[in-house]
Design a binder for this molecule. Structure first.
Ligand SMILES: NC(=O)c1ccc[n+]([C@@H]2O[C@H](COP(=O)([O-])OP(=O)(O)OC[C@H]3O[C@@H](n4cnc5c(N)ncnc54)[C@H](OP(=O)(O)O)[C@@H]3O)[C@@H](O)[C@H]2O)c1
Length: 225
């Protein structure tokens, strides 16, 4: 059991991303749509439907402007959560559109601009302030997850990007990893996971169970930590 689970009640966290055979989630220009096949995209929408909330970092919103809705499966949309310590989200972002905003929660760092928060809330979205991570400007992810528990959220699907996934893994806040690997080579690009400070192979992260399946041309690793 994760240490944080012992002290704080946190939702079950699934990290999901699509990567190339060489472990990239985007090209060097940040282009990531779409790495995986149409069959895997449908699978990703079913995963979304099966979680209470879907979460991305602000970097992904700025680059991809995702809708984070369930479109390729039947069922209702999860709560959309954006980790955005400085409230950089554009008011024109898809997750703040008329249809989506009421189901969107932006988690900012304490001390972020209140005026900006009010402007964002006028779209219908909710802005929540969470403590910052140590001395950084970034949102404390334990506190963000704990705030989601307080709102009745029991499961969160994290859909990227690299910085958010890396922080969650570093903080040992991930319960399940679903990695869709497509038979494509990108070369230099954005790595799915950045530095975790692991120097020796014996310290590599491993899993308590691993399920492997094929979906069209892609291979899906579904791993429990
Ligand atoms: N292939 C896939 O499945 C997939 C999925 C999603 C995204 N992507 C790609 O990934 C790229 C974006 O990744 P990214 O790494 O730039 O952005 P990201 O992980 O989406 O967002 C990172 C940003 O979140 C904010 N943040 C706040 N608190 C944080 C914390 N504790 N830890 C980490 N981040 C925190 C930081 O900005 P502030 O300090 O300003 O808040 C940080 O720069 C895009 O190219 C996108 O296309 C690929």
């Amino acid at each position: 059991m994760r240490k944080t689970r012992l002290t704080k009640k946190l939702p079950f966290v699934t990290v999901k991303y699509a990567q190339s055979l060489d472990g990239r989630i985007a090209t060097s220009t940040g282009d990531s749509q779409w790495i995986s096949s149409p069959a895997s995209l449908k699978f990703a929408h079913r995963l979304r439907r099966d979680h209470d909330a879907v979460m991305v970092g602000i970097g992904t919103v700025l680059k991809d402007d995702p809708g984070l809705t369930v479109r390729l499966a039947s069922g209702s949309d999860p709560l959309r959560v954006i980790i955005d310590s400085r409230l950089r989200i554009p008011l024109a972002a898809s997750v703040l559109s008329t249809k989506a905003a009421t189901g969107t929660l932006i988690i900012a760092g304490e001390g972020a601009n209140q005026k900006r928060a009010r402007r964002i809330e006028r779209t219908g979205a909710t802005v929540l302030f969470a403590p910052r991570e140590g001395k950084t400007a970034r949102v404390s992810l334990v506190d963000a997850l704990s705030a989601l528990t307080d709102r009745g959220i029991r499961s969160v699907l994290v859909e990227g990007g690299a910085a958010l996934i890396t922080s969650l893994l570093s903080a040992r806040l991930v319960d399940r990893m679903v990695v869709i690997t497509a038979p494509k080579i990108i070369g230099r690009g954005i790595e799915a996971i950045c530095d975790l400070g692991i120097m020796r192979l014996k310290d590599a992260m491993t899993f308590s169970s691993v399920r492997i399946r094929r979906l069209g041309p892609d291979v899906i690793f579904d791993c429990l930590i």
